[in-house]
Design a protein around this ligand. Structure first.
Ligand SMILES: Cc1cc2nc3c(=O)[nH]c(=O)nc-3n(C[C@H](O)[C@H](O)[C@H](O)COP(=O)(O)OP(=O)(O)OC[C@H]3O[C@@H](n4cnc5c(N)ncnc54)[C@H](O)[C@@H]3O)c2cc1C
Length: 414
């Protein structure tokens, strides 16, 4: 049986991995040199702690305040793009306490499942992607955020998550080499991290050596369907027929879905990371700076800093103000970490595929019988890669999935 996976990011490669493992003949078609997609330069966090979707109460008002500050972590490029307007209205509608409550358990279970699959994968021959189980620390400086984060940690504990509120002295024991200017942090011990720049090449190597045809620089241009089934896809290099097709094209998923008349609302959320190969200071535990919305991961001897969410169509412009915003916020929490703004060529950016309710799109299309959709993972696509890939393979094999995927219905807006 033949499968075509469209997209060579972590979601596409993990889908190809589990399909191949279960006996499928697989081809991956990707638009770019694969190492330029969102799945390489990200912060490598595996996040059962992230059970609150992006669309949550307070985010709209906070987002509007941030729009007034050119160094803030959030920006929507003003535009008359109807897709953006429609996405924004759906986002506002979804930013409610009910949405958060509905999303929390499915997201938590899905992330825990994926974390287990990462542990298994890291033990396979040919895989060693610097997986570490140190959790992440959510640092805060203000009383207001301390209260919000403690409340969230309490909710997390009620859901069975291992989360502890730590004061500055306890934090200093975890980070004895680094000066801290914070009130405290929540330690989500359930979380983990890895080095994506090892994971992705190792996945690619496995796929290529196990017979998967991975074609880079070969974008899909059209999708031909007939009687509720895809017959073939047409790419810049040829035509490809298969028994099943997996749409895993990241921030470009919505555009491809439209070719077969499926409405899967999605916007790109651009973010930047800066990786220092020989850092003067290293943290022991990955960190999120809550007020600044900046994330920091020590990975494989390097230090990676990142953040910002610029909602809009993908573009190649580097907004230096926002990169400076990331750099400046770090020393507000860690006064002895002084970062330089790197040259533009050393600033990485990627496009998070953001759905308007913060939930991924995963499942078999009810309208096109041999199509599986895997995308919209927004801020946690790396974390959810293996779980998504395994679920796609289970569905293609007509097997029961190990977690309930109702909440991720890809046609919930159709
Ligand atoms: C700054 C930043 C930090 C992040 N940190 C984390 C983190 O710590 N933990 C976490 O879990 N997530 C994190 N993320 C999110 C994560 O990186 C993404 O959710 C994830 O990489 C999305 O994977 P994907 O495979 O869906 O998309 P991508 O990795 O973007 O891959 C999609 C692929 O589809 C290809 N494609 C597009 N159109 C076509 C076409 N027509 N034909 C063929 N191929 C096509 C593209 O070229 C691309 O290679 C972060 C993101 C950013 C920006």
């Amino acid at each position: 049986m033949k499968a075509i996976v469209i997209g060579g990011g972590v979601i596409g490669l993990c889908s190809a991995y589990y399909l191949r493992k279960s006996g499928w003949d697989v081809t991956v078609l990707d638009n770019s040199e694969v190492n330029t997609n969102c799945s390489y330069g990200n912060l490598g966090m595996i996040v059962p702690s992230h059970f609150v979707p992006l669309a949550s109460p307070g985010i709209v008002a906070q987002g509007l305040r941030w729009m007034l500050n050119s160094k803030s972590p959030f920006y929507v490029r003003p535009s008359f793009d109807l897709n953006l307007i429609s996405w924004g209205l759906k986002f506002i509608k979804n930013a409610t306490a009910q949405n958060v409550e509905k999303a929390a358990m499915p997201l938590l279970q899905f992330n825990l499942y994926s974390k287990n699959l990462f542990s298994e994968l890291n033990k396979q021959p040919g895989f060693d992607f610097a997986l570490e189980n140190k959790g992440i620390l959510m640092y805060y400086k203000t009383e207001k955020v301390a209260e919000e984060e403690s409340h969230l940690a309490e909710r997390a504990r009620q859901m069975g998550v291992d989360a502890a509120v730590l004061n500055k002295q306890q934090l200093q024991e975890l980070e004895p080499e680094t000066e801290l200017d914070v009130l405290g942090a929540v330690h989500y011990r359930c979380d983990a991290h890895l080095y994506p720049n090892k994971l992705m090449p190792q996945l690619l190597h496995y796929l290529k050596t196990s017979g998967v045809d991975v074609q880079t620089d070969n974008p899909v241009k059209d999708i031909i369907s007939e009687n509720g089934r895809i017959k073939k896809v047409i790419s810049s290099k040829g035509e490809y027929a298969a028994d099943v097709f997996v749409l895993a094209s990241g921030a470009w998923l919505s555009r491809l879905a439209k070719l077969i008349h499926l409405d899967i609302p999605l916007m790109a959320g651009k973010g930047y990371t800066l990786t220092y190969d020989q850092p003067q200071k290293k943290l022991n535990v990955p960190a999120i700076l809550c007020e600044a919305r900046v994330a920091i991961t020590p990975m494989n001897g390097h230090m990676r800093y990142g953040g910002t969410m610029e909602i809009g169509a993908p573009n190649k412009k580097i907004n230096l103000n926002r990169v400076e915003g990331i750099v400046e916020s770090v020393s507000r929490y860690f006064p002895d970490i002084k970062l330089d703004v790197p040259e533009q060529k050393d600033i990485w950016y990627g496009f998070r595929p953001c759905s308007p309710d913060g939930m991924p799109y995963i499942g078999r299309s009810s309208k096109i019988n041999n199509l599986f959709i895997a995308g919209g993972h927004s801020m946690m696509g790396l974390s959810l890669g293996p779980a998504t890939g395994k679920i796609i393979a289970d569905l293609a094999n007509d097997q029961k999935t190990e977690v309930d995927i109702k909440a991720f219905d890809p046609e919930r807006y159709s």
